[in-house]
Design a protein around this ligand. Structure first.
Ligand SMILES: [Zn+2]
Length: 286
């Protein structure tokens, strides 16, 4: 049975793109340890391991949680240190964040397996932030999963490939055989000329379930897919930060139903950490 990549973006509720910057430090009450427990329990119940893309700031405050995730056999990967999108960073700042992230993980995990996977906050890898690829390669990363192959008001690269490819800085939307960095784009379902996002998050929570499952099945039949979930979007205790109604729906809609939907996918499909899915496809050789 085909393997699909299950990825958890481990960040706090106040890191979410439309919330970030609106919560003063005094109101940033951490909930990641509590919000992650139901996810860990669900994964254990289904005997599934996942990739956790972890924000450095969360790991710094919750080292025991990181150790718990690693000791359950999940892959540890990087979701930046500060959760600032790449379009708000310079190459020097990303370099510093990756260095600090690695040092922190060595402190927390000792000589655990090397960290080779990266996901940019808010899928912020696109033509204008392609400089980040060189920084990632210099730090020993082997794969990235930040390209959203569909343009939304906030992010996305409309013409990017739908399946894993080698990604280079000269054109992020084209396979570059010379690049050592593999891109695993977020999953969209191609229907005629349209691309429908079924990679998780808002789409997992809000698309009508029959449409989501139809698109997911159509995609997963033909290629490895990737699903992402944030702990804050599966947890009833997530504080609701005021924002215009249509944005609030996207950020907070159907939080109560998210874990149930994830569970149904775990029952029907076989999921693994992203590095395992890429290794099975021969993408990490050489
Ligand atoms: Zn994130």
């Amino acid at each position: 049975m085909r393997l699909h990549a299950l990825t958890i973006d481990l960040e706090e509720w106040y890191h979410a793109e439309l919330v970030r910057g609106k919560v003063p430090p005094a109101r940033r009450v951490d909930q990641a340890p509590a919000a992650v427990q139901p996810i860990l329990a669900l994964l254990q119940a289904h005997h599934v391991r996942a990739t956790f893309f972890i924000v450095g700031e969360v790991a710094e405050r919750q080292p025991a949680l990181v150790r718990e995730i690693a000791s359950a056999g999940h892959e540890i990967a990087c979701h930046s240190y500060s959760h600032r999108p790449l379009w708000e960073m310079t190459a020097e700042e990303l370099d510093r964040e990756l260095r600090e992230f690695r040092r922190l993980m060595e402190d927390i995990l000792g000589d655990a397996p090397a960290i080779i996977g990266f996901r940019a906050p808010t899928f912020s890898l696109e033509a204008r932030t392609a400089w980040a690829l060189e920084v990632l390669a210099e730090h020993g990363y082997r794969y990235d999963s930040s390209i959203f192959p569909l343009r939304t008001p906030l992010y996305g690269v409309a013409s990017a490939p739908l399946e894993p490819y080698r990604i280079g800085a000269s054109a992020v939307e084209r396979h570059d055989a010379n690049s050592r960095l593999v891109e695993f784009p977020l999953t969209v379902c191609q229907v005629g000329g349209r691309r429908i996002p079924v990679s998780g998050g808002t789409y997992l929570r809000l698309l009508p379930w029959p449409l989501f499952t139809w698109c997911w099945e159509r995609t997963a039949r033909t290629r490895p897919a990737v699903l992402y979930v944030h702990p804050w979007e599966t947890y009833a205790g997530t504080p609701r930060v005021p924002m215009p109604f249509h944005l609030a729906v996207g950020t907070y809609g159907n939080i109560a139903g998210a874990l149930g939907r994830l569970g149904r996918l775990l029952e029907r499909y076989r999921f693994a950490p992203m590095r395992d899915v890429l290794a099975q496809g021969g993408w990490l050789e050489g």
